[in-house]
Design a protein around this ligand. Structure first.
Ligand SMILES: [Zn+2]
Length: 419
């Protein structure tokens, strides 16, 4: 089978299933997430039509993120904190130099991580930020307040012309306008680690919280093979769903400008001894508690208005493209922003499943109109083209058109009475 061949999958009713998603839609019995949620982000080689691994469900119909939430209750957190203190003791600088890197935006999670490492555990973190596409006002205020709470920061802003191009291509080819941002943001910590010779990098929450590999929970560090891969050759590397060679030859991209998006040099990472740790392995992670901490200590403020597509006011609020990102997940997987927010809050005991279902029903499908024009301008596409991309991204096993209106075939509120 050739690399480019895409196998067509159909569900029990003979409807086409895109993206290699599970043909039968199921919802977690504990939260509101469905089995259509991609589980890990294999970003470097994403091509249009690639199969996406999805979240696992156990025999009881419970998702792996909910299972992890239960496991979290049995972890000896005092012991984990001792491990954190030992790790900090091994790395803490004695001469005033930076001893760890905290990548982040100054949102509640990175604000919590950097501040607690500095002011409770006595570390001297350098915070590094991969700039949002277009800051929101509240995002910029929170970013400034984070620095003003007593932290040094490098703001890394990628080449605007290239980042716009990659964002447009990622939207048109993968319906994933966030892909270039995610790649850059993930790489910026280890990249700065090498650049400034600071081996210890702290991210906040473990991705297993959201249903990636559950085995990752037993490990405090991120698998470094994500950051470099000796087998990834520029010739088979894709960005925005386009081979890098095509970006250079057809889109006039300068090879040098691609560097911030390319895997790191494994040898240099090894020389530096770069290790990427999750603070969420050591401290009991709860997004709402991070919010309370950040509000008290780093001047973090919530959005004055409810976030479009959800009911929350405190997560992912710094980039004007965020709402569109969640809208694309709603189109591709039937999972919008309210679903992500409600699933997380159910797991952390903040709301009941019943409340979550009602919130999903009310907000998940909301179209993000506030920054819509601005984001179209940013990507340089017309509204007509936008809808063409969106409508062709709807998998027939998830969507149907009734009286000219798109409707989801399966929704968590349909299943709620019959769990
Ligand atoms: Zn669940």
């Amino acid at each position: 089978m050739s690399d480019n061949q895409i196998i067509e999958v159909r569900d029990a009713d003979g409807l086409e299933v895109k993206y290699g998603l599970p043909p039968e839609v199921r919802f977690c019995r504990s939260c509101v997430i469905s089995n259509q949620r991609p589980s890990s982000v294999v970003e470097f080689r994403n091509r249009p039509g690639d199969r996406k691994p999805t979240i696992e469900f156990d025999e009881e119909g419970v998702c792996s993120a909910c299972r992890y939430a239960r496991i979290k209750e049995t972890i000896d957190w005092a012991e984990r904190e001792r491990e954190l203190i030992e790790l900090c003791d091994r790395h803490r600088s004695r001469d005033g130099s930076y001893d760890c890197i905290v990548p982040g935006s100054g949102g509640k999670d990175s604000a919590f991580t950097a501040h607690i490492l500095k002011y409770k555990y006595g570390m001297n973190p350098l915070t590094v930020t991969w700039s949002p596409h277009v800051y929101t006002e509240i995002g910029w205020q929170n970013f400034r307040a984070w620095i003003d709470s007593g932290l040094d920061n490098y703001l890394y802003t990628p080449n605007g012309r290239l980042h716009r191009l990659l964002t447009r291509l990622a939207f048109e080819n993968l319906v994933h306008p966030f892909q270039p941002f995610i790649i850059g943001q993930k790489l910026v910590g280890p990249r700065m680690s090498v650049l400034y010779d600071i081996p210890l990098v702290f991210y906040g929450e473990n991705q297993a919280e959201y249903g990636n590999n559950i085995e990752d929970n037993d490990r405090p560090t991120m698998d470094m093979s994500f950051f470099y891969n000796s087998r990834v050759d520029i010739r088979d590397l894709h960005l925005g769903g386009v081979p890098a060679t095509e970006l250079i030859e057809r889109h006039g991209v300068d090879r040098r400008d691609l560097n911030p998006y390319l895997p790191l040099d494994g040898e240099r990472l090894e020389q530096t001894g770069t290790q990427v740790h999750y603070l969420g392995y050591y401290l009991r992670w709860d997004p709402q508690e991070c919010f309370y901490y950040a509000a008290e200590h780093t001047g973090f403020r919530t959005n004055p208005e409810r976030t479009e597509g959800s009911y929350s006011k405190y997560s992912s609020i710094d980039d004007r493209i965020d709402p569109l990102h969640y809208y694309t997940t709603f189109i591709k997987f039937g999972i919008g922003r309210a679903t992500y927010d409600a699933a997380q809050e159910i797991r952390n005991g903040k709301i009941t499943r019943e409340e979550g279902v009602a919130l999903v029903k009310r907000f998940d499908a909301e179209f993000p109109k506030k920054y819509f024009r601005e984001i179209l301008d940013y990507m340089g596409i017309t509204e007509e083209r936008f809808w063409e991309v969106i409508d062709s991204a709807r998998s027939p096993h998830l969507w149907k058109k009734e009286n000219g209106e798109w409707k989801l075939r399966h929704a968590v509120w349909h299943e709620a009475h019959n769990p």
